[in-house]
Write a protein that binds this ligand. Structure first.
Ligand code: ATP
Ligand code: MG
Length: 421
């Protein structure tokens, strides 16, 4: 075993995998560009207080999962466990809130001290979108459609959109007291975790995976019955807009985001192929957060996709576009020098060229050429150098497979024309 190993839950992304990440990232970037959404990049490290206030002291993330430490200047710092709090901090700090609606996306590593398992790591990656200053329910529908279309266009099958509404703070306060009275009747059998939730964040109990609790909830009060008229209307409108957009959805009354600043829309996109870690994308409206972090009251909605789970679902569905156009086979002192120059000229002419620097026998180099999945082999040996030529061989075109095209060694344009035609 090697002397040094990654920390538990931290994962290397190896060269055989990075092209899949790049492919999804590039696809997502173009998807967001088409929707007028701009990227924001914030530091990985923030003050611990930002997350205490931004995510909330009663959540598992803040209570158990944060990577926090005191730095050399005696400040408590935390590796970001999610992206939203940092984005909001940045908007307030840089005065962007007053500059009209903001449509932003971010991506990158997040850190949570959780129990690692399939689809759950301690350093993982999220891709997220946040809209600020957009209060209409149409924006919720647009935001959801951007997530849905991204996943669909990437080729995901068997995904489900679940939506719910959390109403306003007043709606939830009315409901919360009813829910707590209902649950208290059964609370003598609750474990410590559920008791804590009952005290601090009873709505979170709604998405409990515990069979007994699910059973207890079945007969209990439902949030939907405590919504005021305008909250109900918003939720109905959301459903109408999603139908208009032809996005299928189911209503899941148990879907909650447990924090006080969440309101109205909550949604998740799940996949049956992910086992117990089934949520690929989660999001909702959080109109109270900007104010809670010291800014002016600002409508806010957003979602985040878990990249690792997305990549598990996409396994083998992404074509590898990082294969070379040309594999440059070369042998012999003069030929190897020519090959070095040729590789450079062809790269400057925008081709992807893999130069074989091994000096091995031609047969070995050809084997490597075929393993590289290059479309063409460009061959140069002593004989070719003496004639001032190179030989182009197609590696993928079945009809012309193996047939040789001789080209003058300085005729870069002809090589480029053939390879790109
Ligand atoms: P879960 O219930 O799966 O823990 P969550 O509610 O903690 O999810 P969010 O904070 O909403 O998740 O994050 C959005 C997405 O990020 C999740 O839907 C998931 O795809 C991904 N995600 C969250 N935590 C992890 C993790 N530890 N490892 C990998 N992906 C994660
Ligand atoms: Mg979690």
């Amino acid at each position: 075993m090697a002397d040094f190993q990654t920390l538990r839950g931290m994962v290397d992304i190896l060269p055989s995998e990075t092209w899949q990440w790049q492919s999804v990232e590039t696809f997502a970037r173009h998807h967001f560009e088409r929707a007028g959404i701009n990227e924001i990049r914030t530091p990985l490290l923030e003050t611990t207080e930002l997350f205490n206030r931004g995510i909330g002291g009663s959540t598992d993330v803040v209570n158990k999962e944060m990577y926090s430490f005191v730095d050399r200047g005696d400040r408590s710092c935390t590796l970001r466990p999610e992206g939203t709090a940092s984005v909001v901090r940045s908007l307030i700090q840089n005065g962007l809130i007053s500059q009209g609606p903001q449509r932003l996306w971010y991506q990158g590593p997040m850190f949570r001290y959780e129990r690692p398992q399939a689809g759950r790591q301690r350093q993982f990656h999220q891709l997220g979108v946040e809209f600020f200053g957009l209060s209409s329910i149409k924006s919720d529908a647009e935001l959801i459609s951007i997530a849905w279309d991204l996943l669909k266009q990437l080729g995901l099958k068997g995904i489900t959109l679940q939506v719910n509404t959390l109403g306003t703070l007043e709606d939830r306060q009315k409901y919360r007291s009813q829910l707590v009275s209902w649950l208290e009747k059964y609370s003598k059998n609750f474990d410590e975790h559920t008791m804590n939730q009952l005290k601090n964040n009873p709505l979170r109990i709604l998405d409990s995976k515990d069979k007994n609790i699910k059973k207890i909830l079945e007969g209990g009060p439902m949030l939907i019955d405590y919504l005021c008229e305008s909250s109900k209307r918003r939720f109905i409108n959301l459903q109408e807009f999603l139908s208009e957009l032809d996005i299928p959805f189911t209503i899941n009354p148990k879907l909650v985001r447990g924090l006080d600043y969440y309101c109205h829309t909550a949604f998740e996109i799940t996949s049956g192929e992910l086992g117990s870690q089934s949520t690929v994308c989660g999001g909702g409206r959080y109109d109270g957060l900007v104010q809670q972090l010291g800014g002016s009251a600002t409508s806010s909605i957003g979602w985040a996709i878990g990249m690792e789970r997305l990549l598990i679902l996409l396994a083998n569905k992404i074509p590898n576009q990082n294969t070379p156009d040309i594999y440059l086979v070369n042998k012999g002192e003069k030929a190897e020098l020519e090959a070095l120059c040729l590789a450079r000229s062809l790269r400057l002419a925008n081709l992807k060229v893999e130069l074989d620097n091994s000096g091995s026998a031609f047969s070995k180099q050809f084997k490597r050429a075929s393993r590289s999945h290059a479309s063409w082999a460009l061959v140069i040996g002593e004989e070719e150098v003496n004639k001032g030529e190179v030989v182009l061989k197609s590696l993928i075109d079945k009809e012309n497979f193996g047939s040789n095209i001789s080209i003058n060694i300085s005729n870069i344009k002809e090589i480029v024309d053939i390879v790109t035609s």
